[in-house]
Design a protein around this ligand. Structure first.
Ligand code: FPP
Length: 249
């Protein structure tokens, strides 16, 4: 029987199914440089970045990876020129509207992580709509970190927990990792097994600070718009060589 008949995803033959990461996170960096190298405006890099993200999402889904989380816009990205910020907000909106039908067809569950209340109202509506429409899908969990900051996420969890303590609903001694995780934007999603950063920077940039405690990190010089299925394959091969010890010997 072929893989298709048994509905097992078709994986490149050198990758081992049992060693696949269940959750891959990506820091999509290098869109601006990709455009500059071609003498194009930065926004063209972001447009091409969307195409790369679509290919990676489809590939992860095809290969049976359960979750993909992408860093699309950080709390620090508001400091960029207003034209670029406006372009990105409109781009997110247009892409969400255009891709919703495709994501339904491919069974993708879309989630957002971040302080969404600070986003333009029209984008908030699209986000709400995409999350509601896709909530019963059973394919890959695709989380888009938008207006996301890891420190801010931890602080907002602390505030919510403190309020519960103040209201007498929780004792300080009851605060454990499980309680804490329930208050993160990523509640209900397992921690990433693999974090990929493109464009060669050796930084975490305030991404998933709590969640990546034991995550394997893969950095490539490839700029995000050039990060394709083959590049993902390489990252997964590297991950499969790693020995994950989680503090044990
Ligand atoms: C970082 O590259 C990239 C961003 C700030 C935007 C990332 C957005 C996408 C990949 C599109 C996602 C779209 C949706 C709908 C989820 P940079 O601008 O910092 O590049 P540079 O470091 O070369 O300047």
């Amino acid at each position: 029987m072929t893989a298709q008949q048994t509905e097992l995803p078709v994986l490149p033959s050198d990758l081992k199914r049992e060693l696949l990461p269940r959750h891959v996170a990506v820091i999509c960096d290098g869109n601006g440089r990709w455009a500059r190298h071609r003498g194009l405006p930065r926004i063209m890099g972001h447009k091409q970045g969307v195409n790369a993200l679509k290919e990676i999402l489809r590939t992860c889904n095809d290969w049976g990876i359960e979750a993909l989380t992408a860093y699309a816009f950080s709390t620090e990205n508001w400091k960029r020129p207003v034209e670029e910020v406006d372009f990105l907000m409109t781009l997110f909106q247009v892409v969400l509207r255009q891709e919703l039908r495709e994501m339904m067809k491919e069974n993708v569950r879309v989630k957002f992580a971040g302080n969404l209340k600070a986003l333009p109202a029209a984008l908030q509506e699209q986000i709400q709509n995409a999350m509601e429409e896709t909530q019963n899908n059973r394919g890959i969990k695709f989380t888009i970190a938008t207006n996301y900051g890891g420190r801010q996420e931890i602080l907002s969890a602390c505030r919510a927990i403190a309020q519960q303590v103040e209201a007498g609903l929780l004792k300080p001694s009851e605060i454990d990792e499980e309680v804490f995780e329930r208050h993160l934007y990523t509640a209900g999603i397992d921690d990433p097994d693999l974090l990929i950063r493109t464009s060669g920077e050796m930084r975490i940039s305030n991404f998933l600070l709590w969640q990546i405690a034991y995550t394997e990190i893969y950095v490539t010089d490839t700029l995000w718009p050039d990060f394709d299925r083959n590049q993902l394959h390489k990252a997964l091969s590297s991950y499969q060589q790693r020995e994950r010890r989680f503090g044990k010997i």
